[in-house]
Design a protein around this ligand. Structure first.
Ligand SMILES: [Zn+2]
Length: 90
C-alpha cells in the first residue's frame, strides 16, 4: 500500500503541491460535498486498486478516493484510517 500524499494539518495553509504532497485541513466541513470536490492530478493505481485525490475547492480538504468496489462504501473513512495508522507507526 502506497502512502497517501495528503498531509492533514491545522498549522499550514491548505495547498496543492501535487505530486509531492497536498496539504489539507484535518476535518471535512459542510462544504466538502461531492459536487465541490475536484480530482487532483491523475488516476493512480495501488496494488490493482485505482484511486485519485479529490479536493474540496472551497476549503481544500482532500481525500484519497478509491474507485474499487471494496472501498466503495466509505472511501473517506478508509483514507482517514490510513492517516491515523501512519501517524501511530512512526
Ligand atoms: Zn470543504
Amino acid at each position: 500500500m502506497k502512502f497517501s500524499i495528503v498531509r492533514y494539518t491545522e498549522v499550514e495553509q491548505a495547498r496543492v503541491e501535487y505530486p509531492v504532497r497536498i496539504v489539507s485541513p484535518p476535518q471535512a466541513s459542510m462544504c466538502c460535498v461531492e459536487r465541490n470536490r475536484a480530482q487532483v492530478g491523475r488516476t493512480e493505481t495501488d496494488a490493482g486498486d485505482n484511486y485519485c485525490y479529490k479536493r474540496c475547492r472551497i476549503c481544500g480538504h482532500t481525500v484519497r478516493f478509491f474507485f474499487s468496489p471494496r472501498y466503495k462504501s466509505s472511501a473517506f473513512e478508509v483514507s482517514v484510517f490510513e492517516e491515523r495508522c501512519g501517524q501511530t507507526l512512526h
